[in-house]
Design a protein around this ligand. Structure first.
Ligand code: DGL
Length: 282
């Protein structure tokens, strides 16, 4: 009997060691801390290693090849930290690099698109969808394809909104300039009578208050940060990879470039003072 028990005990111990290993979360910069915040709120026992590629941000205006190369380097850095799974918090990186990363690495690699799409489709009435995101994400058609494949007859309006990231980073969340730019961006979407607005960028959750005001009650707003955390929870549960719930998870943040501005932004995206941020080399 002892002989039979031994392998399963070893497996259990191995499993616990793996499960208490960190989740690796990466983004082009500090915006992905919106995802970290959502993951910490939902899965407080998880240890997290966050990488923000601030030396090369933004990814949203770069070519697919460059985004794939950068994303691969980000993932490789996280693997040196022995992470148990990788979360691609950046919409642009998910749009262009997720399939390649999933093929290349043996640990689970989760992106934000599947989660956002699932959240949209959770409403059986959703059929007129507006998507706002970086140029790169919209040009990839990743969200548009994923939605159209899963529910036929949907009307999808996808609008690149490249000016929003700089405005959010300036903290112009309720500024007249932001309202006016949003009006211009939203007009062609709202004209189509959308029922759902998908915020397909790490930064956009910070605009939810002003967006709610502008689109009104009849439009449901879905953001990729909270939906990603929910998707991650169900994936980790399905794979039996959740951390030991009795522990309090840790957070380590590494950025490829460190400046006072990035520290200020990190605090704003995380909604709390971050732990000491390290500068890392990829
Ligand atoms: N993190 C990016 C995204 O979610 C926005 C910032 C950038 O362009 O790199 O698409």
């Amino acid at each position: 009997m002892g002989g039979k028990l031994l392998p399963s005990l070893t497996f259990l111990r191995y499993n616990r060691r793996v499960n208490n290993g960190a989740l690796g979360i990466f983004d082009s910069g500090v915006g992905g801390l919106t995802v970290v915040r959502a993951v910490q709120a939902l899965l407080p026992a998880e240890n997290i290693v966050y990488l923000g590629d601030t030396a090369r941000v933004p990814y949203g205006s770069k070519s697919p090849e460059t985004i794939r190369r950068f994303s691969d380097e980000d993932a490789r850095y996280l693997l040196t930290k022995n992470v148990k799974a990788i979360v691609v918090a950046c919409n642009t990186a998910t749009a262009h690099a997720l399939p390649a990363l999933q093929q290349q690495y043996r640990i689970p690699v989760v992106g934000v698109i599947e989660a956002g799409v699932e959240a949209v489709l959770a409403d059986p009435q959703a059929e007129r969808i507006g998507i706002i995101a970086t140029r790169g994400t919209i040009a990839s058609h990743a969200y548009q394809h994923a939605l159209a494949l899963r529910r036929t007859g949907m009307m999808i309006v996808a609008q690149p909104t490249p000016l929003l990231v700089p405005l959010i980073e300036e903290n112009w969340l309720d500024h007249q300039a932001t309202r006016s730019i949003l009006e211009t961006y939203l007009q062609p979407i709202l004209e189509k009578g959308i029922d759902t607005l998908l915020l397909a960028c790490t930064h956009y959750p910070l605009l939810i208050p002003i967006l709610k005001e502008m689109v009104g009650d009849r439009v449901r707003i879905v953001d990729s940060a909270t939906t990603c955390a929910l998707h991650l929870q169900s994936e980790l549960t399905r794979l039996d990879m959740l951390a030991d719930s009795s522990q309090t998870g840790s957070l380590e943040i590494g950025l490829t470039d460190l400046s006072e501005q990035f520290e200020i932004l990190a605090k704003r995206f995380l909604h709390k003072t971050p732990p000491r941020i390290k500068r890392v080399e990829l």
